[in-house]
Design a protein around this ligand. Structure first.
Ligand code: CTP
Length: 399
């Protein structure tokens, strides 16, 4: 994640989720952002300015009458200097204050005084009953209408013992949302479907055949497409990865399930990116019972061909723009060009080396009708952003 040169004003309001704001400040700084923390009085009951100063590397502002700013206008200076204001956690009461344009402490005043070019993102955090109260719902709707971006809340166990909506998003999800906010919206208005991860072909109820795909590249591309403004559906085989924020995930297990999930919806999409490592074959007759050991005998498996999802999509009468992936163990340049032709697709992305599975970095070669072009080794996150840039340049204009 790269937030180099970005200035983030991180506001903390009262709530137990303040402990997550410490991790968030650390993550923002690690990503290269300059972080200025402003804390309300209530937030200081949960975490101290000393902690936030140590993590952000800058003195924290807490007081509207802070004399450190020479013109005594902290609310003006701080909001003008920021590229983005993020309130995390944002309490129910602070939502109310934003709705009504309150200006009775430094944080609310600087939100009110921010220029219209400075985006305001808030991460609500509260008890489930507070979140579901009609008053809070009205405030949330009004904030959206005022073009404040609400991040979350998430659902789950709460500090008070309740379960439900109201938990603040995790620091890595908030980081992702901040980083996405700064990406150019090259895919605005586009619908993108991505396949990712491995498939699992059962042998019997407890065994199966799969591969080493972690899903990391496909998930990174889904995040990058969402950050570029697309509506993204991720048809995913079994992985341990978290669904990217704002992305619809359709979980599948076998290649046939993946084929069905893709084909039932794909006509509504502009772009199809097939990143999944789909099993070419499945076991012809899956045993209903667990296959038991029998002395002196080894089982023999018969296979059947699985459908080629990418080729099926590319063969549709008016297909979306199709992007395929290939991991070749030798002669990538020749094999990649040939595979693009064979699959009948405009763009094929080759992994350089076939040992990309599970790694956090990768290097790619893009094959299109003009030839090939390399994308240098980088993290899968960075490559995914580069790839989305390349794809959006090639994507035909919407008719
Ligand atoms: N793919 C697919 N459905 C399949 C197999 C592959 O959609 N049943 C997609 C993959 O997601 C990838 C591309 O096709 O985008 C290339 O897959 P690969 O297995 O390398 O291609 P194959 O045509 O099966 O060639 P090979 O003979 O090298 O296995």
């Amino acid at each position: 994640m790269n937030l180099a040169g970005k200035k983030i004003l991180l506001g903390l309001t009262g709530g137990i989720a303040c402990y997550k704001a410490a991790e968030l400040a650390r993550g923002l700084v690690k990503a290269g952002a300059g972080v200025q923390v402003v804390m309300t009085e209530a937030s200081r009951h949960f975490i101290t300015p000393v902690t936030m100063q140590a993590l952000s590397g800058k003195p924290v502002y807490t007081d509207q009458w802070d004399s450190r700013i020479s013109n005594n206008m902290a609310h003006i200076d701080l909001s003008r200097e920021a590229d983005l204001i993020l309130i995390a956690p944002c309490s129910a009461d602070f939502m109310r204050k934003l709705v009504h344009g309150a200006a009775d402490d430094l944080l609310s005043t600087l939100c009110l005084a921010r220029p219209s070019t400075v985006p305001l993102l808030v991460a609500p955090a509260m008890n489930v009953e507070m979140w579901e109260n009609p008053a809070t719902k009205r405030n949330a709707d009004q904030l959206r209408a005022d073009r404040v971006v609400l991040l979350g809340p998430a659902s789950g166990d709460q500090a008070c013992g309740d379960t439900g909506l109201g938990r603040m998003l995790e620091p890595d999800q908030l980081l992702e949302a901040v980083s996405a906010f700064f990406q150019p919206k090259r895919l605005a208005g586009r619908h993108v479907m991505i396949t990712a991860g491995p498939t699992f072909e059962p042998i019997d109820p407890v065994r199966g055949i799969t591969n080493l795909s972690s899903g990391k590249m496909g998930y990174a591309i889904a995040r990058a497409a969402h950050a570029a403004g697309a509506t993204v559906t991720l048809v995913s085989g079994p992985t341990a990865l978290q669904t990217p924020l704002g992305v619809t995930r359709v979980p599948v297990t076998t290649a046939r399930e993946m084929h069905e999930a893709v084909m039932s919806e794909i006509t509504a999409y502009d772009l199809f990116i097939a990143v999944a490592a789909v099993a070419d074959w499945r076991v012809a007759s899956v045993s209903e019972q667990k296959i038991k050991k029998q002395a002196g005998q080894t089982p023999t498996l018969q296979f059947e061909q699985n459908p080629d999802i990418l080729a099926s999509v590319a063969a549709l009468p008016s297909p979306p723009y199709c992007v395929g992936f290939a991991a070749e163990s030798e002669d990538l340049l020749r094999q990649g060009a040939a595979k693009r032709e064979k699959k009948g697709i405009p763009l094929l992305v080759g992994n350089i080396g076939h040992q990309t599975f599970g790694r956090d970095d990768n290097a790619l070669v893009l094959f299109d009708e003009h030839g090939h072009q390399s994308l240098a080794r980088a993290s899968k996150e960075t490559l995914a952003i580069r790839l989305i840039e390349e794809i959006s340049r090639r994507l035909p204009a919407k008719t």
